[in-house]
Design a protein around this ligand. Structure first.
Ligand code: AQP
Length: 331
């Protein structure tokens, strides 16, 4: 809690062009909290450097991610929008929490295992301690609720464990955060390999639909999406490709599974894929237009970042002074 409001925190890494997985699993849900909660939405650039980034691209994507937050409906007057590296308390608390996190706990994180396999030439210590920095992001603002996709559930549970451990040693210091994981869209799958998560760092461009893809590209990618040999639009675990397309179609049209199955009964996959592509492209058109408008005014984006960082730093300072005192650092 901050004052009389519960707190929401979430972040997205500027580590690539954002996908409809990032959009449906996370960003699209952010604005629903703006009125009732105190909301902090962060571009987590410190997390992004756990994987090697091209400096100019990292800088550009940091602006773009902020602009996408705003284009997806986050009003800077109602939400604290900022860049993680602009508030040094994230890294500072991250180090302290490293000392309250066990090596064994970090070793069990599936994202660490996946990313070390994917980036075997650069298994750095930051990749290993990533979840502690994420715990710091969340705990710094006394967060109650964290809207994320299901892939972040394990990290979130670790953040809760770290907070509980610290609170047990020093008395109540951190709020214990809960996840907000949207049931229908918690994991959007790759279009080329529908048993794997759609990921912004996937090198197969046809596997991933980016929020900023053109309508033609979106339709082309859905046309190529992997399905199965049955030609039946039905939601089932045995049909991961078709089920993933149904999930995406539902997210953009608001229809139920039964409605979608009825709509495409007796029709081939060609019709279905085209309809999914069109619904997705049309659903994102307003975001794309607003994004282009926002990116044309860099000075405004910089003003938003600066105001957001000032406000975030104000609340972060409060938590940090409590933490320092409890640990025993001289003030
Ligand atoms: N496919 C997905 N379905 C649902 N939610 C997803 N998220 C990511 N992919 C999907 C959610 O988006 C938020 C931001 O993710 P992130 O930037 O922290 O990185 P990530 O989870 O590692 O996402 P990517 O796209 O897979 O990035 P890379 O390729 O850089 O590792 C999170 O809430 C996440 O759950």
């Amino acid at each position: 809690m901050l004052g009389d409001k519960k707190v929401v925190f979430s972040g997205v890494q500027p580590s690539g062009n954002l996908t409809i997985g990032n959009y449906l699993g996370a960003i699209k849900n952010f604005s629903r909290f703006s009125e009732e909660y105190k909301t902090f939405y962060c571009v987590v650039d410190l997390h992004a450097i756990t994987v090697r980034q091209v400096p100019a691209e990292l800088r550009r994507r940091t602006y773009e991610t902020l602009a996408l937050y705003m284009a997806c409906g986050l009003d800077e007057q109602k939400n604290t929008l900022f860049v993680q590296s602009h508030v040094p308390a994230h890294a500072e608390l991250g180090w302290m929490l490293d000392c309250y996190t066990m090596f064994g706990e970090l070793s069990r994180m599936t994202q660490f295992k996946d990313k070390s396999a994917k980036h075997s030439e650069n298994i750095n210590a930051g990749l290993f301690t990533y979840p502690t920095l994420m715990a710091s992001d969340i705990l710094l603002y006394q967060t109650d609720l964290v809207p994320v996709g299901i892939d972040q559930k394990q990290h979130l549970e670790l953040a809760r464990d770290i907070a509980n451990r610290f609170n047990q040693v020093y008395g109540n210091t951190f709020a214990i955060p809960e996840g907000y994981i949207p049931q229908d869209t918690m994991k959007i799958m790759s279009l080329a390999e529908p048993t794997s998560k759609m990921s912004k760092s996937d090198t197969n461009q046809n596997a991933v639909v980016y929020i900023l893809d053109s309508k033609d590209d979106i339709i082309r990618k859905f046309k190529k999406a992997v399905t199965d040999s049955e030609a039946e639009v039905r939601f089932s675990e045995e049909k991961p490709g078709v089920s993933n397309l149904i999930t995406i179609y539902r997210a953009f049209t608001g229809k139920t599974v039964e409605e979608v199955e009825r709509e495409f009964a007796g029709r081939g996959y060609g019709d279905f894929k085209l309809a999914v592509g069109e619904a997705c492209a049309d659903g994102l058109a307003a975001v794309r237009d607003e994004f282009a408008r926002l990116m044309a005014d860099k000075a405004h984006l910089e003003a938003v970042m600066k105001a957001g960082a000032d406000e975030a730093a104000y609340y972060a300072r409060k938590t940090m002074s409590k933490v320092r005192r409890k640990i025993g650092f001289v003030n």
